[in-house]
Design a protein around this ligand. Sequence first.
Ligand SMILES: [Zn+2]
Length: 450
Amino acid sequence: MIRRAGLIVLLLSCWLGTAGGYAAEVHNVRVWIAPDHARLVFDLSSEVQHKLFTLKKPDRIVLDVSDASLQSNLETVDLSGSPVSLIRSGSRNGGKDLRIVLDLKEHVKPKSFALKPNDQYGHRLVLDLYRDVAPEAPQKTAVASADDPAALRDIVIAIDAGHGGEDPGAIGPGRVKEKTVVLGIARELNALLQKERGFQPKLTRDGDYYISLRSRTERARKMNADMFVSIHADGFRDHRARGASVWVLSPRGASSEMGRWLAQKENSADLIGGVGGVSLEDKDDVLAKVLLDMSMTASRSDSRDIAHSIHKNMSKFAKMHKKQVEQAGFVVLKSPDIPSILVETGFITNHDEAAKLKSKAYQRKMAEAIFAGIKAHFSAKPPALTWLAWQKEGRGAARATPSSYKVVRGDTLSVIASRNGVSLSALRKANGLSNADQILVGQVLKIPAS
Ligand SMILES: [Zn+2]
């Protein structure tokens, strides 16, 4: 029997009176919207057995929950932005079991599972609805000559705001949540990197939804990220605990992850080595191990370099937990080919630090410290065929032969001149330009030898 929610709630409460109660109650429904999926969380009074199946024409998802009743109004659930047009409920087996039906607006792949109680919530039943999302367009690959900077790629920084959605992370005074604070810092960092030529930041999450730890690193790989930075805030029972910290992968974490990659290399299409990387699939065990080892060693060295720089920047205004960069086996740090760091921006459970972390100004300060560390590292050690590498070479050695430059949006003649280490007048002369300095996007300028 399927009816609209309001009526069913009424009916169930009547039955409750006569039947003497149910084993489990569904007393709340929360919805979290991510770009690629929607998560519905049903709060339960106790553990339940459930079954999930789909129906066609029209597309529906059915969740049968044994020995349960609904004690929540499904009509008040906010479904905006979700693939669900309507949630209805009904009862089965003479009112003993609960059936929840979701009418769909689009095709999704459903997945359901139970969650055990944590600090925040009790027993939960989770329903994830995965959308058919087109894979991200592959990044522009640098096949152009180093003389054509417009074709060079940017350095991609994956910015990972920890937690999200159902997972609030640490919680501080006044219910301030880690997931909110770290998203604020991640967005500040994103804005800073967006303004910086040669960098392209990408957020693993840009909203209040949960991403599993492994899919955070997978996202970074899909982005062809040159670096991954995960942003967190600590929590501890003892509210006196304070201090920020910067983390890289521990040697033990690195070796266990190498083992995992080698064990699954046969059935993994994953690449190592970043952009244009190599696949381990067709390599014999010895070669695969060597390649993986080289990649991991290089990544960890870069990670330490960036982490050290960020630690130094942060220590100028924040109390640091330790004098050095720390090491742990955090899952998000385990990409063998992407330098990865994790920043704990302070203890949200500490009164003073929570107050700071909540403020926009302090979030920006944190983001600036991280930004400066990233910029310093990549300016000194830019990956090949990036705009930053090109700029570094151009500045370092005088050019033997004149080259050219294609004007992009936002360029001015004086910026192009200074970037290429030539005088404005020489640049004008080489291109027959007047003092009006009018240049057009797409125009190719001759850059005279400096
Ligand atoms: Zn955290």
